[in-house]
Design a protein around this ligand. Structure first.
Ligand code: B1M
Length: 215
């Protein structure tokens, strides 16, 4: 198989052996971010389709996710650091009840490499923990990730909780994750919320939103 196909296959098959050698070879051809975006994420997409259609069982999805994480960790030091920090601080979390963190961690990498201080508090985080972290770290913004349909409801509840606590105007909120849609965030959530809430389709939109929010 050609290198790109081989790497994609590794994600789909959850095959770690020889991964680093393939990544080293890919790095001689393309920048790290391009390898992630154009190849590895394609592999994860296939995993999602296979899982969704019942052709792949959960333990194998987990293996694929582990290979994806290993690959991203291996590539991270090779990424260009465009900016050294000081552009603002964001608390990032995957919402309550949700364990998916590959997307959130990519957002962390992209923002960190582009001048933001990221306080990544992990998965399954209730809004109380998110707000405590935002307070404690004097964050300028809050980012919530969630991939389950259920998580889109949690995000709505989280915004309601922020409004109830009177902190809606204090932190602009960025939302992202596969189950969210732009319409849900920009029409539904935004219409009832007095603070800033933004939808980010991917990590790069997350970055451009932060650049807009922080001016
Ligand atoms: Co799960 N899972 N999973 N899973 N999983 C999905 C999400 C699912 C769509 C698969 C499917 O059915 N086709 C489905 C959800 C269905 C639904 O809710 N309607 C699903 C399910 C059902 C489940 C379980 C319930 C399965 C079970 O237990 N029976 C379970 C849930 C457990 C829980 O959360 N309580 C579960 C578990 C798992 C694993 C642990 C095996 C593993 C996660 C490992 C990990 O993350 N450490 C896993 C995986 C890997 C997936 C799929 C296959 C891939 C997700 C992924 O990493 N994609 C996923 C299929 C899919 O998403 N279509 C699926 C790559 C990643 C880069 O994309 O996170 O979307 P993503 O991030 C993107 C953008 O969304 C955006 O930027 C990234 C790209 O640049 N983004 C942000 C994300 N967050 C952002 C935040 C921002 C800005 C942008 O600002 C704050």
């Amino acid at each position: 198989l050609p290198l790109g196909e081989r790497l994609k296959r590794r994600i789909v098959d959850g095959e770690r052996k020889g991964l680093e050698a393939d990544l080293d070879e890919a790095l001689t051809e393309r920048p790290a971010l391009e390898i992630i975006n154009d190849t590895l994420l394609d592999g994860m997409k296939v995993v999602g389709e296979l899982f969704g259609s019942g052709q792949m069982q959960l333990p194998f999805v987990l293996q694929s996710a582990e290979v994806m994480k290993t690959a991203v960790a291996y590539l991270e030091p090779h990424m260009e650091k465009a900016d050294d920090g000081g552009k603002g601080r964001i608390v990032l979390a995957t919402v309550k009840g949700d364990v998916h963190d590959i997307g959130k961690n990519l957002v962390d990498i992209i923002l960190s490499n582009n001048g933001y201080d990221v306080v990544n508090i992990g998965i399954k985080q209730p809004i109380t923990a998110i707000l405590d972290a935002a307070e404690q770290h004097k964050a300028d913004a809050i980012g919530m990730s969630g991939l389950l349909v259920k998580s889109t409801v949690i995000m709505k509840e989280n915004l309601q909780e922020m409004a109830a606590r009177g902190v809606a105007q204090r932190w602009p909120v960025l939302l992202g994750g596969a189950a969210l849609t732009r319409a849900y965030v920009e029409d539904d959530l935004r219409s009832t919320y007095e603070g800033q809430v933004h939808y980010a389709r991917d990590a790069f939109e997350g970055l451009s939103l932060m650049d807009r929010v922080m001016v």
